[in-house]
Design a protein around this ligand. Sequence first.
Ligand SMILES: *Cc1c(COP(=O)(O)O)cnc(C)c1O
Length: 425
Amino acid sequence: MKHQNTLEFAQQLDEKDPLRSFRDKFHFPNFMDTEMVYFTGNSLGLQPKSAGSYIQEELDAWAKYGVEGHFLAEKPWFAYHEFLTEKAARIVGANPEEVVVTHSLTTNLHLLMVSFFKPEGKRTKIICEAKAFPSDQYALESQVKFHGLNLETDLVEIEPREGEHLIREEDILDKIAEVGDELAMVMIGGVNYYTGQLFDMEAITKAGHDVGAKVGFDLAHAAGNINLKLHDWGVDFAAWCGYKYLNSSPGGVSGIFVHERHAYNPGLPRFAGWWGYDKETRFQMEPGFNPMRGAEGWQLSNAPVLGMAAHLASLDIFDEAGMDRIGEKRDKITAYLEFVIEDISARNSDRCTFEIITPKDKAKRGAQLSILAHGQGKDLFDAITKKGVIADWREPNVIRIAPAPLYNSYEDCFRFGAYLEGAIQ
Ligand SMILES: *Cc1c(COP(=O)(O)O)cnc(C)c1O
């Protein structure tokens, strides 16, 4: 179907959208007088209207039962995380035993690297992406230093070629083969936060395994966005946060994946805590650590129930919508937004041109578009912000926008374009 950059056309697409009713399940920011456009679901997802009642249920249980809520609450807190496991596993394509929701993302990355980054002999190197999300950079650097290794030689960063914005996948695969038996671990963002580039996680995993390395992914920008198959792809480990596409409250809980072949391997080193201990005998408080099978064995602490209640509210919405339908809309709405931006860019090329650095191929991206605004940059970003667009500015010159398929509309895309065009003029 040929796209048109008109309100009427956008509204027609909305009418045909099988997920259109889901928009109504979320609170939209309305702190300005204009009709605002929220395109930052890749940074903080919107609040499900149901989150309040999920949290209130636990507040009421706390008021009524005190500590006994661990067992007497309708969803006993002792096992609260278990109510999230299957739903989270469906989102990332895993068996329930391979997933647990716990802690926060950077904490989980460290805990997983304690188990899966085990430098030995000459196998000491990590391959990662250059300019990874800052927290990942710091986590990787500190892991390298913690093992007494050399940052210059043991942290191998892959960057885009000179004059390019995206990392070529062949460069990742070639580098893995080249580092070969010196490679201990590959740790890359499944979707790059800056460019929105989606990597072929299956191919990277296979290449890493071919040389005997472990392979893990940070899925902060992939969970709830990309149709993942972590189990089938054979990924060793992964972690994601719950508050981006997964709409689970600011700083909300994270999820981890540990492949079932590592599910019960007491030989793996790990930092342990009581909630990772076998739950049948946890309260005998015996010395010596006896881990739960599967990802649950990586938990340190008992569940932060209020944050998890918000996550559960959102996971229930994902279950209702289903990742298949979300993926279909993601591709359509992102393509429409891309069309709108290109249309405006073409009609205003005397003033400003936009370059979308995110891959054009839908198999290589999710719901995010990263726009380089040649000639305007931050001024343009400030101007659209004033008009009511909530987007994200990343130094030095990228505007990131993400139409979240669960709640953004095609009309949002049209409106964004109109604000953008107004701002140029
Ligand atoms: C958002 C994000 C984080 C944030 O980490 P927290 O521990 O949740 O603060 C880390 N890594 C990546 C790639 C991210 O996109």
